[in-house]
Design a protein around this ligand. Structure first.
Ligand SMILES: [Zn+2]
Ligand SMILES: [Zn+2]
Length: 130
């Protein structure tokens, strides 16, 4: 998802890309908010391995639906698949030039002042008029 935003602190207009897509992941620096896009083709084997694991897990969950439990997930030792995948993405992305680390959970920040407060810009998101 891409949308235009206006910083509530400094009034700067910027474009936010949020969430990954079918062919890429978007990570953000947890310190400065810089975006890092990782194509699935860049992480081919890693992504394929997790996709297989996710599919197996959901097939597992499908089978268990017969017992009327509503998504009771056994607590697992260690990281969940999703967390493990995110950790690998962070490792792959490497450190940001500011020293922060990239994460898909990092908050969106204004690229000018680093504020986390912004509102959606109702104007055309990708074209900025002064
Ligand atoms: Zn700002
Ligand atoms: Zn950074």
């Amino acid at each position: 998802m891409t949308f235009g935003a206006v910083c509530s602190a400094c009034g700067s207009h910027f474009v936010v890309n949020d969430g990954g897509g079918f062919s890429f992941e978007i990570l953000r620096c947890d310190a400065c908010g810089r975006e890092r896009t990782i194509l699935h083709s860049e992480i081919g084997e890693l992504h394929a391995a997790f996709e297989t694991a996710w599919r197996e897990r959901s097939e597992d969950a499908g089978r268990k639906k017969r017992t009327k439990h509503v998504r009771t997930q056994k607590p697992r030792p260690g990281l969940s698949l999703e967390e493990e995948y995110q950790t690998k993405l962070t490792e792959f992305a490497g450190p940001c030039s500011c020293g922060g680390r990239f994460s898909s959970q990092a908050p969106i920040r204004c690229p000018d002042c680093g504020s986390r407060k912004f509102r959606e810009d109702p104007a055309e998101p990708s074209i900025l008029y002064d």
